[in-house]
Design a protein around this ligand. Sequence first.
Ligand code: URA
Length: 209
Amino acid sequence: MQGVTVVDHPLVRHKLTRMRDKQTSTKTFRALMRETATLLCYEVTRHLPTHTVEIETPVAPTKAEEISGKKLVFAPILRAGLGMAEGMLDLVPSARVAHIGLFRDPESLEAVEYYYKTPEDIADRLVIVVDPMLATGHTAVAALTLLKRSGVTDLRFVCLVASVQGVETLRAAHPDVLIWTAAVDAELNDHGYIVPGLGDAGDRTFGTR
Ligand code: URA
């Protein structure tokens, strides 16, 4: 699929299988969410630009690479995105965090905003939006639209499981935004859940059901 990177590293596939299994406990699910997000973060940041700096090792002066530009921003969509943001911050601890509160209206499945707080200079930064499940795509589209309204031009989207429909909806609304995911599942059910998916990622992360 155009614009989508499926991260199919064996560790990612293994951890995702354990997350899909309904027997997996809340404690293990939460840990796997964090670990998988770290691995996805490694891939989404793979081509960040770098520049050369001069440093001195204990042995000799040398030239070495540093990441260029301002600190990047992780933008978890509340609440399920929080579990992923933890894992991404494990790898990039100096990143900034923007919180985007959106819930899905159970009838219309449309996204409704209830919280939005970002770094003031977010427009100058690369923003990586994180939400474990790209299902209908409505929430992701709404989050990206809010960020673009704040002036953000450099956006990427990371999820654990995407549906074909979610990918198509996101790419149609925001063709400039590339997607990284551990898997693309074929279907959605009548409640907008991904099939086979892994259930409600928020409930399984926080043990609320
Ligand atoms: N949100 C979830 O947590 N799971 C899905 O399958 C779809 C949306």
